[in-house]
Design a protein around this ligand. Structure first.
Ligand SMILES: [Zn+2]
Ligand SMILES: [Zn+2]
Length: 304
């Protein structure tokens, strides 16, 4: 398999393992060795990783590659460009508003939701793989995903906009690819679908963050979506953090059976997953556009 399961004791206590308890927030944070943070936690999280890297670094440690990079001076939790993020969000808002009808918008959101559930799982499988930590372009994302395994609480402590900023490169890449493929901003309907794809990427970040939140911090709205199975459940995501060989989808989690079966029994090669990730990154959203718009037209023609 791509990623070997880890022993229970080899990593610092996973804070996520305590989110099922109705216990205090303090315990949740204490288990990660961190004090409670109300504001920008990036410096403290990086300081924690540096301390850990010097304390437990050893070639025998399963997180050796991550700690080695930290010791070499690589920064795990980066400050991403907020102006760029807000530019993407504004672009997405404009795109969604260019929908010809509410029905088209609802269909665009639903179809990109389904697609992003699958894409999030494929991306997660690839970026959880330590074998790809030296692959140019994948090095920093893999480094960050593996660091998240060491310190799951980071996603609850950093601000939501910082978590969204982690997508700056890949969202920019996907937008640029779609601009090259079919000048997506010219056609309102195409722009709406691509924008919906971008919105679903940020919903995925929201879902993952909520899955790590102490129960008392999950908003009633998010909990209702979790209970409805539209956002990944803390229970399923906790299972991911125990063995790292299941629970890859971080948007809704409802593809768990399909993805885990493929991962364990159908697609054993890590390079096939890598190729699938590359193909989906380049052509995935374009594929949704090509399928959804004709399907919508056919539906409208049928309904008239
Ligand atoms: Zn993971
Ligand atoms: Zn997680």
């Amino acid at each position: 398999m791509c990623v070997s399961a880890r022993s229970e004791t080899a990593t610092p206590p996973a804070a996520v393992s305590d989110t099922s308890a109705s216990g205090s927030i303090k315990r949740y944070y204490d288990n990660a060795g961190l004090g409670r943070q109300d504001g920008d936690a990036i410096d403290q999280l990086n300081a924690f990783m540096t301390k850990q890297a010097h304390k437990v670094w050893s070639p025998d440690n399963e997180d050796y590659k991550v700690y080695e990079m930290v010791r070499q001076g690589h920064v795990v939790f980066k400050r991403r460009s907020m102006p760029l993020l807000y530019f993407y969000w504004a672009t997405i808002l404009v795109g969604l508003l260019r929908t010809p009808s509410l029905l088209f918008l609802a269909g665009a959101l639903a179809s990109t939701y389904v697609y992003m559930e699958l894409y999030s799982a494929v991306l997660h499988i690839v970026l959880d793989n330590p074998a790809f930590i030296k692959v140019p372009g994948l090095d920093q994302p893999v480094f960050e995903f593996l660091a998240h395994h060491i310190l799951p609480v980071e996603i609850a402590q950093r601000r939501y906009r910082d978590i969204c900023g982690d997508l700056n490169v890949i969202v920019g890449l996907i937008f640029a690819i779609n601009l090259l493929l079919f000048d997506w901003m010219k056609d309102g309907r195409v722009m709406c679908v691509v924008a919906a794809g971008g919105a679903m990427a940020y919903l995925g970040q929201f879902a993952h963050r909520q899955a790590h939140m102490p129960p008392s911090k999950v908003s009633p709205f998010a909990r209702a979506l979790q209970d409805a199975g539209l956002l990944v459940s803390p229970h399923l995501h906790r299972a991911h953090h125990r063995t790292y060989d299941r629970g890859f989808a971080i948007l809704g989690g409802w593809s768990e059976g399909l993805i885990t079966t493929l991962y364990h029994h159908v697609v054993p090669s890590q390079y096939v997953w890598l190729a699938l990730f590359a193909v989906m990154t380049v052509f995935g959203l374009a594929g949704v556009v090509k399928i959804y718009i004709p399907a919508y037209d056919a539906f409208v023609a049928f309904a008239q």
